[in-house]
Design a protein around this ligand. Structure first.
Ligand code: NAD
Ligand code: ZN
Length: 343
């Protein structure tokens, strides 16, 4: 589906588009939400997927910075580069007409996505990143969504600073991305909190210095014991249920930050009558993916081992098996499933 306001050349092509042959894609928790019907804007028949790495096979006449044959990361957020929101570093709310004005996330949502052999990428000049030599597809595909999301909406929004104690509630791919990047801002202690013991084990290889089992009767005492007793400096919520948002507020110190990353499906209570006097900042948001170039440099220089997220590998013609494995993560121990082009 293309918005009628998008200018088109004869033959239906938009000059700023490229067509990318998908070499590697993956599945996000959000795709599972879509299949459950939680994202009603997605029409039946839509090709899913907002993460991908591929090779440009066709380049629109208006594209300046990319050419046929370039290996590219497709950002989960499109950016026209010209609207007021793109110009003020908020491409998550790009006003470009593709998909729908005001929404940066369009792939596998409002237009066909990356879980396919080919994908059309609008606003190519601002929505793609060239993959440097030496960066593998497996590393690069983690930069479409999870690494910028954990870093921007968790670590940066939470204003992590040197010496901080940071709790990350939820050790799925997004929470692990926050743990992996918290050190970039100087976090001294990173506490992973999850119900799943397997995920907590994995968290230790993603930068967690300590782990706490969510739901243990003394979970809060365990967290406080890792601070000066006053609470954590930053609590990052990476689950998306009322209980874990409450846990974040429960463990943060006065003057601290709660960075909500999780997508909530139902209303969450906010007790301002108790919270106001604790001087807590609460942030939330949709990823802008504007830190991707910086994160890509760190992946290229082996400072961020992005390949660690990849746990299972499938060819593109085994997409259903890949979904099956990913949606049963508690038993399969899947973090990110890597789905590659069939040669
Ligand atoms: P995931 O489902 O793989 O991971 C969630 C983790 O939370 C799991 O390890 C699970 O065991 C754990 N968990 C569940 N209940 C818990 C509890 N009570 N206490 C502690 N841990 C608990 O999800 P993900 O792919 O890592 O994504 C995390 C969240 O981030 C989701 O809500 C997703 O929709 C959201 N997200 C937000 C953005 C954004 O732009 N804000 C972008 C991408 C994803
Ligand atoms: Zn825009």
């Amino acid at each position: 589906m293309v918005h009628p306001a998008v200018p088109r050349c004869a033959g239906g092509k938009v000059p700023g588009d490229v067509i990318v042959r998908i070499d590697t894609t993956t599945i996000c928790g959000t795709d599972l939400h879509i299949l459950k019907g939680d994202v009603p804007a997605v029409q039946v028949g839509r090709i899913l997927g907002h993460e991908g790495v591929g090779t440009i096979s066709e380049t629109g006449t208006g594209v300046k910075d990319f050419a046929d044959g370039d290996r590219v990361i497709i950002s989960c957020i499109k950016s026209c580069g010209h609207c007021v929101n793109c110009r003020t570093n908020l491409p998550s709310h790009c006003l470009g007409a593709e998909g729908a004005p005001g929404i940066g996330w369009i792939f596998g949502h409002l237009i066909d996505g990356t879980q396919a052999e080919y994908v059309r990428v609008p606003y190519a000049d601002n929505s793609l990143h060239k993959v440097p030599d030496g960066v593998t597809d497996v590393q690069a595909v983690m930069l479409s969504d999870i690494l910028p999301t954990g870093f921007e909406i968790g670590v940066l929004a939470g204003q992590v600073k040197p010496g901080d104690v940071v709790a990350v509630i939820g050790a799925g791919p997004v929470g692990l991305a926050a743990m992996m990047t918290a050190g970039l801002c100087g976090a001294a202690t990173v506490i992973a909190i999850d119900v799943d013991h397997g995920r907590l084990e994995q968290a230790k290889t993603f930068g967690a210095t300590d782990t706490v089992v969510s739901g243990a009767s003394n979970w809060k005492e365990q967290v406080l014991a890792l601070t000066d007793g006053a609470g954590v400096d930053v609590a990052i919520e990476a689950v998306g249920v009322p209980e874990t948002f409450a846990m974040a507020l429960d463990t943060v110190r006065p003057g601290g930050h709660v960075a909500n990353v999780g997508v909530h499906g139902k209303a969450v209570e906010l007790h301002l009558e108790e919270l106001w006097i604790r001087n807590i900042s609460i942030t939330m948001g949709l990823v802008n993916a504007n830190t991707t170039p910086m994160l890509l440099k760190l992946v290229a220089s082996n400072k961020i081992p992005a390949e660690r997220f990849a746990t299972h590998f499938f060819p593109l013609d085994q997409m259903m098996e890949a979904y099956e494995t990913f949606s049963n993560a508690a038993t399969t121990k899947a973090l990110k499933v890597v789905i590659s082009r069939v040669e």
